[in-house]
Design a protein around this ligand. Structure first.
Ligand SMILES: Cc1ncc(COP(=O)(O)O)c(C=O)c1O
Length: 448
């Protein structure tokens, strides 16, 4: 479906049907050798990227509203991030920060310790990914507390290695056949449209926290055996769910009351995505440990676990990783944070609000949109068959994803029936308007 936007380099332009011949050939090769565990949603084969625009191997131009799944915060190959990577790569590529010292790792740790909310001394452990940051947090919580159990949330996603997988409560295929897991108790995440309990936004979080205090703690889980509560401030993979602030306040209260460590997993919601450096800032709750990855280094592999200094009391040899805190990734992260603080967080807040304003009447205008929610450029909407019962419509969601792709807009699903919009934080208002116009056209077409 060729498009009319050839003259607009910041908008999509398709020159072949999709997938084009080169993409098709690459996908055939991929299917022979790449792990079948990957979940590919549409046939996009990338050649190059700039800002929020991606070009595929056939010369088709796409507008990227998933940013490598909420990763390329500064857009694809931002010149300042690329320059920082090139400079560091020419100096040295690796020198195992677990055994030796180099400056950009220290500088990045100082920067993260400053940025994580709470105004307390913090220390930083570096890994290469989100799941490693979460594993490190789980291990530290056990080490510090001498307790071995955890509380996590239904719908949560924290990664796929055995510890983080034990916390993950999102989809059956992610856990099937991988047990036994760590001792994690899953409880409902507070958000009314999905909450199994309440109907009112003012009370549903109370019911969710009651499950911890009045069900778990009084029946099968002694509170003094719980090392940590692990929670995403805004649930990502589970559906881009924004809970009421009181939910996070209550979790902080429960944690404090029982000497439990509160871990905020900001792997997806952190690093400016929500229009604040960390999503927890929207809720004014200070976690004990924060996990970070994805957007931190604009696409270079890096994860960080940032803990209150008094909690990070493990001794040499307790935990480490050869590649964690790689110097090239640290340089990319420092350049990323500079750009975030200069203008991109502000841009995420402003363009995200503009999008939410335009989308706020979708549940009234479109038969199959059940709910729209988000903060900054972490925006989700739900596809339903029936507005009253909120019967989920995963097939309509998948169809919408493909229809958008056919029009040059890259979006992704999350949760059972939601679409997530998580573009690079560099997007312009024109690009946001294009994405919304495109989605509205797709939603109208679906109604026919
Ligand atoms: C909140 C959250 N935590 C952890 C992870 C795992 O990160 P990674 O895929 O880098 O291991 C993800 C990935 O989507 C995530 O969204």
């Amino acid at each position: 479906m060729p498009t009319e936007t050839a003259a607009h380099p910041l908008l999509p332009h398709l020159v072949t049907s999709l997938p084009g011949p080169k993409a098709e050939a690459l996908i055939r090769r991929d299917q022979k050798v790449i792990s079948p565990s990957y979940t590919r949603c549409y046939p996009l084969a990338v050649k190059r990227g700039e800002g929020a625009i991606l070009e595929d191997v056939d010369g088709n131009r796409f507008l990227d509203f998933n940013a490598g799944i909420a990763v390329v915060a500064t857009g694809h190959s931002h010149p300042r991030v690329v320059a920082a990577i090139q400079k560091q790569a020419a100096e040295f590529l690796h020198m195992s920060g677990t055994d030796f010292y180099y400056e950009n790792m220290v500088e990045l740790a100082e920067t993260l310790a400053r940025l994580v909310p709470g105004g307390v001394d913090r220390r930083v452990y570096f890994g290469n990914s989100g799941t490693e940051a979460v594993e490190a947090a789980l291990k530290l919580a056990r080490y510090h507390s001498g307790r071995d159990k955890y509380i996590a949330f239904l719908g949560a996603f924290h990664g796929r290695t055995m510890g983080s997988l034990s916390l993950t409560g999102s989809k059956i295929p992610q856990r099937r056949k991988f047990g036994p897991m760590l001792p994690v108790h899953h409880v409902p995440y507070a958000y009314c449209y999905r909450c199994a309990y309440g109907k009112s936004p003012d009370t549903c979080h109370v019911e969710c926290v009651k499950v911890i205090e009045e069900s778990l703690f009084k029946t099968i889980l002694p509170a003094e055996e719980v090392a940590a509560i692990v929670v995403e401030p805004i649930q990502g993979e589970g559906g881009y769910l924004v809970p009421p602030a009181k939910f996070h306040e209550e979790l902080r209260r429960v944690a404090d009351k029982h000497g439990i460590i509160l871990i905020h997993d900001e792997v997806q919601s952190g690093m400016g995505r929500t229009g604040r450096m960390f999503a927890s800032e929207h809720f004014e709750v200070t976690p004990d440990i924060v996990t970070i990855a994805k957007g931190i280094a604009s696409g270079m592999p890096l994860g960080a676990m940032v803990a209150k200094a008094e909690i990070m009391d493990w001794t040499p040899g307790a935990h480490a990783s050869t590649f964690g805190g790689n110097p090239v990734s640290c340089s990319a992260a420092l350049a990323t944070i500079e750009l975030l603080e200069e203008s991109l967080i502000e841009n995420a807040a402003a363009v995200g609000q503009h999008m939410l304003d335009r989308m706020s009447d979708w549940p009234h205008r479109f038969r199959h949109v059940g709910d729209v929610r988000g903060k900054g450029l972490m925006i989700g909407f739900e596809m339903v068959l029936n507005k009253e019962t909120k019967e989920r419509a995963p097939d309509l969601r998948d169809e919408l994803e493909s229809m958008a792709f056919e029009r040059g807009l890259l979006i992704l699903g999350c949760g059972a029936n939601s679409i997530r919009l998580c573009p690079p934080l560099v997007i312009t208002k024109d690009q946001a308007n294009f994405a919304i116009d495109t989605l509205e056209a797709c939603l109208r077409a679906q109604e026919k």
